[in-house]
Design a protein around this ligand. Structure first.
Ligand code: NAD
Length: 516
């Protein structure tokens, strides 16, 4: 471990979370497999090597699946509220490890410490939510058309739930899926992003303790730290009943068709291209705060990051000038230092994509009012720090239609609200959207059938940051999946209709006669 790593107090954090210099990345409960190649995790904060991880190989994969299948047979028989108790204990442990895990998220992924802690809080919140839901896995009862018959429906667990996650929420997305999957009686296998493997190992270490303390089968929770080929195996494997995939639309499109081909179930949480409409009746102060946080928070690497601002012509110049001023005050640097607003991008590839997008935007006619730049020099040695940029564009530009995972904000002018809504909807993605207005008519139109076509539509709130109580996800190329709150638990179960005849006759439905 380098000296710099010690400077940030990371060494103690890693120790508390059970991370060593050399780790085994595949764990089924407390059992480890590691016949694959070794990968390294570098921090985008300072470019230092955090740790090495021995990944799982071909032969490990089947062992993990077999252990999970065995665990499922036992776990599904445990009553749902008792499974909820396991999730409650995980939430309790996450409270104990919140500071350490939040710090590791910040250091390995590069988001601000506050956002790292917020991510762990989201894990705690979903555990609390799932505990309540574990007593509410309700089905309907119906009146049968046949005398002496009773009809009702019930929900059963699916089996193995495969969870494939993106780098930008390296811990929360796992918990959104696992907390619900477990109370529903499923077992889970997690294939985290190879860009944030240590966050996954830390979560699994925490869960291993819960399983051990409750003397539960180890296959209830597994993590497969491996490259995307192992992810592909989960996608293709008939033994995996549900694949919950969070990531790019490009990979999600393949996951969707492969899982459908084998009649498996999938939940898809893919890319976004989120806009805020700033109306002539907006509170401009609130709009600026919402827009800046939405565009530069997590260095523009949230699926819900604000990428487009659609601004009424009467307030356009004022909003533009205030944005330029606000961007001038942004501090870019080490995300563990809480005085900084913007941290690094995840890696040098992401920096290249940011530069490429700026080039394309200029070529299409985009006018940059805040220029982008890759930062160099002291504090920026990792090569992953960039300046958030703002460009005036047309919505129809190819680059504007595309999700660039970086802090580039596009400004577009509008005249009527109908036109603004049409612009907001005129992209392939449909995740998050917002309107800033104090006009009730505008707000209601935006939320109506003629309004936003996104899975999330907010009024006087930005596009990023969602509470776990609501169903989270988006339409069109965002994939149509829903995770987290509301009645999302139903995605993790199979539905069964039961009809019971308690008479001595066998009447057929629809009055059909069949005498023998
Ligand atoms: P990515 O698609 O590159 O990778 C996501 C995961 O898929 C990783 O674990 C990766 O190893 C795995 N993967 C890659 N190829 C695979 C294959 N052939 N088979 C199976 N798995 C494979 O995405 P990323 O760069 O890690 O994350 C950024 C993207 O995720 C953005 O588009 C962002 O909008 C999206 N995202 C969406 C949500 C949401 O809830 N809608 C949340 C977070 C991130």
């Amino acid at each position: 471990m380098s000296k710099k790593v010690k400077d940030f107090g990371i060494e103690k954090t890693l120790k508390n979370l059970g991370i060593k210099d050399e780790n085994k990345g595949t764990s089924v409960g407390g059992k480890y497999f590691a016949s694959g190649k070794t990968i390294e995790s570098f921090s985008p904060v300072d470019g230092n090597l955090i740790a090495k991880i021995k990944t799982s190989g071909e032969s490990d994969y089947d062992k993990v699946i077999e252990t999970a299948e065995k665990a499922f047979k036992e776990f599904r028989l445990i009553p749902a509220p008792k499974r909820g108790e396991i999730v409650r204990q995980l939430g309790q442990k996450l409270r104990e490890y919140k500071d350490d895990l939040g710090k590791l998220v910040s250091y390995e992924m590069g988001k601000s410490l506050q956002e790292g802690l917020g991510e762990v809080q989201e894990m705690i919140d979903i555990c609390d939510f799932a505990v309540g839901v574990s007593r509410q896995l309700h089905g309907y009862t119906m009146h049968s058309e046949r005398p002496g018959h009773r009809m009702y429906e019930q929900y059963h667990p699916l089996g193995i739930v495969g969870i494939i996650t993106a780098f930008n929420f390296p811990v929360a997305v796992w918990s959104w899926n696992t907390a619900l999957a477990w109370i529903c009686g499923n077992v889970t296998i997690w294939k985290p992003s190879e860009k944030t493997p240590l966050c996954a190992i830390a979560c699994q270490n925490i869960m291993n303790d819960v399983l051990k303390e409750n003397n539960l089968p180890e296959g209830i929770s597994s993590v497969l730290v491996a490259d995307h080929e192992v992810g592909q195996r989960l996608v293709d494997d008939k033994r995996v009943s549900l694949v919950s995939f969070t990531g790019s639309t490009r990979v999600g499109r393949m996951v969707s068709s492969k899982v459908a081909e084998r009649f498996g179930k999938s939940i898809l949480e893919l890319g976004g291209n989120n806009a805020i409409i700033i109306s002539q009746d907006a509170d401009i102060n609130m709009s600026i705060i919402g827009a800046v946080f939405g565009a530069v928070g997590t260095a523009g690497q949230r699926c819900t990051s604000t990428r487009r601002l659609i601004i009424h012509e009467s307030v356009y110049d004022e909003v533009k000038n205030r944005l330029v001023k606000a961007y001038g005050q942004l501090k870019i640097g080490n995300p563990l230092d809480e005085t900084n607003h913007v941290g690094p991008l995840i890696d040098v590839d992401a920096v290249n994509q940011y530069e490429e997008a700026i080039k394309k935007c200029k070529k299409e006619g985009g006018k940059f009012i805040v220029e982008g730049e890759v930062l160099k020099g002291k504090g920026y040695e990792s090569g992953c720090y960039v300046k958030p940029a703002i460009a005036e564009v047309k919505n129809s530009y190819e680059i504007v239609q595309h999700e660039t995972f970086a802090p580039i904000l596009y400004l577009i002018k509008y005249k009527t609200l109908e036109e603004a809504i049409a612009i907001q909807n005129d992209v392939p993605q449909g995740l998050s959207s917002a309107i800033m207005t104090q006009n009730l008519r505008e707000a209601e139109l935006f939320l109506s059938h003629a309004g936003s076509d996104c899975g999330i539509a907010n009024v006087n709130i930005g596009t990023s940051g969602a509470e776990i109580g609501g169903a989270f996800g988006g339409e069109k190329e965002t994939g149509g999946g829903r995770e987290s709150g509301s009645d999302v638990w139903k995605y993790y179960m199979r539905r069964q209709t039961n009809t019971i005849n308690y008479t001595t006759q066998l009447p057929l439905a629809q009055g059909i006669k069949f005498d023998i």
